[in-house]
Design a protein around this ligand. Structure first.
Ligand code: MG
Length: 355
C-alpha cells in the first residue's frame, strides 16, 4: 500500500463555551486536517492543533511543514515499511510536533486498516473503554463553581480545574469547588505554568491543609524550570503531573531521573504522534510512573486517535480527552463514541471514521 499524496485542509468547530487557561482564551477550534491517499484507495485521516503558546505552531507553519518537508520525505513509501516511514517523519524537520502528529495518526489509521483491525487492538488492546475528565475553564470563583456543578449534573465525576492566572485567588477557587461538588468528585488542578515554585508550594500546601483532596496538580511552574518543578514535587504531598515540560521521550527521561514530577501527561501534539508517545509510556512504565493522555483544543478526529492509543496501553491510567465534548458538533462520523465521560472504542478498522 503506497503513499500517493497528502492533502491538507482546515477543520472548524465552534466551542460551546470559550476555553480559558492561564495561557489563552479560545472560542472556535480552527485546526488542520490531513488526508493521506494510497494506491489502494484507502485514505488515512489526521488532525493538527495550532497551539502557538505551547508547541510554537500555527496553521500556516503546520501546512508548510507537511507540504514542503513531510510529504516529500514519505511520498511513494509503502505503509508496511512503517518504522522506516516513522524515521523519515521524525528526521525530515526539527520539532513541528503537531504537524508530525497529524501525519503519524493518519499513517496508523492506514496501517490498522491494512490489517482490518481497530487501531487500539493493533497497539495492544488493553481496554475498550475510557473515562475522561472534563475541563473547567479559569474564571472568577462563582462561575467556576457554577460550571463545576453543571459538569457533575451532566454525569462527570472527574473535573480538571484550570487555575494559575491569579495565584492569590487559586486556593479560594479550588476550595469553593470542592465544597460545592462534595467529596466524591475527583479534582485535578492544572496551573498551566502559572505559579513560581515557591507560590506552588504555598498554594498546594494550603489546598492540602484545607483537605481539598486533590488527585494531582499539573504543570505548576514554567515548562523550562525542571529544577523548580523538582522543588515543588519534593516539598508537597500531592502528586505533580508534568505537561508542558515533557514533549519528547528524552524529556520524559530527564523529568523521571530528576524526580521533577510524579506523573507525565502525554499529548500527541507534543510528542509528534503515537510512535513517540509509545516510547514515553514505556519509559514511564519501566520507572513506575503513570501517565495521563491529554489533548489540546482538538476535534473528534485527533482525539479519537489519542483514545485508541490510550485504550491500548496499561500505563495510561488518567484520561483528559474532553476536546469533542467542548465542541458544538463533530466534523466526522464513526470512530470511538464520546458519550458524557465514557469513551467507548468501536470495532471499525483503523481509527474508524466513515469517509
Ligand atoms: Mg495541562
Amino acid at each position: 500500500m503506497k503513499i500517493t499524496d497528502i492533502s491538507v485542509g482546515v477543520v472548524e468547530a465552534p466551542l460551546i463555551t470559550p476555553f480559558k487557561t492561564a495561557l489563552r482564551t479560545v472560542d472556535c477550534i480552527r485546526n488542520i486536517v490531513i488526508y493521506i491517499h494510497t494506491d489502494t484507495g484507502l485514505i488515512g485521516v489526521g488532525e493538527a492543533a495550532p497551539t502557538a503558546v505551547i508547541t510554537g505552531e500555527t496553521n500556516a507553519s503546520i501546512t508548510h511543514a507537511i507540504t514542503d518537508y513531510i510529504k516529500p520525505a514519505i511520498i511513494g513509501m509503502d505503509i508496511e515499511e512503517f518504522a522506516g516511514i516513522m524515521e523519515r517523519l521524525e528526521n525530515c524537520i526539527y520539532k513541528n510536533t503537531s504537524a508530525k502528529a497529524a501525519v503519524d495518526m493518519a499513517l496508523y489509521d492506514l496501517f490498522a486498516k491494512r490489517y482490518e483491525t481497530p487501531l487500539y487492538k493493533l497497539l495492544g488492546g488493553y481496554s475498550n473503554k475510557l473515562i475522561t475528565d472534563l475541563t473547567i475553564s479559569v474564571n472568577d470563583v462563582e462561575e467556576m463553581v457554577k460550571d463545576s456543578l453543571a459538569a457533575v449534573e451532566r454525569g462527570f465525576n472527574i473535573l480538571k480545574v484550570k487555575v494559575g492566572k491569579d495565584p492569590v485567588g487559586d486556593v479560594e477557587r479550588v476550595v469553593a469547588i470542592r465544597d460545592a461538588v462534595g467529596p466524591n468528585v475527583i479534582l485535578r488542578v492544572d496551573a498551566n505554568q502559572g505559579w513560581t515554585p515557591k507560590q506552588a508550594v504555598r498554594i498546594i500546601g494550603a489546598l492540602e491543609d484545607a483537605n481539598t483532596n486533590i488527585e494531582l496538580v499539573e504543570q505548576p511552574v514554567h515548562y523550562s524550570d525542571i529544577e523548580g518543578m523538582r522543588y515543588v514535587t519534593a516539598n508537597t504531598l500531592t502528586n505533580i503531573l508534568a505537561d508542558e515540560s515533557v514533549f519528547s521521550p528524552k524529556e520524559a527521561i530527564t523529568v523521571i531521573e530528576k524526580r521533577a514530577a510524579d506523573l507525565i501527561n502525554i499529548k500527541l501534539m507534543k510528542t509528534g504522534g503515537i510512535y513517540q508517545a509509545q516510547k514515553i509510556v514505556h519509559i514511564a512504565e519501566a520507572n513506575g510512573v503513570e501517565c495521563m493522555i491529554g489533548c489540546m483544543l482538538e476535534t473528534k478526529i485527533s482525539v479519537s486517535a489519542a483514545a485508541h492509543f490510550a485504550a491500548s496501553q496499561k500505563n495510561i491510567t488518567m484520561v483528559d480527552l474532553d476536546g469533542p465534548l467542548l465542541c458544538m458538533n463533530d466534523p466526522v462520523t464513526g470512530g470511538p463514541a464520546f458519550n458524557g465521560q465514557v469513551i467507548t472504542m468501536s470495532g471499525e478498522p483503523g481509527i474508524g471514521f466513515s469517509l
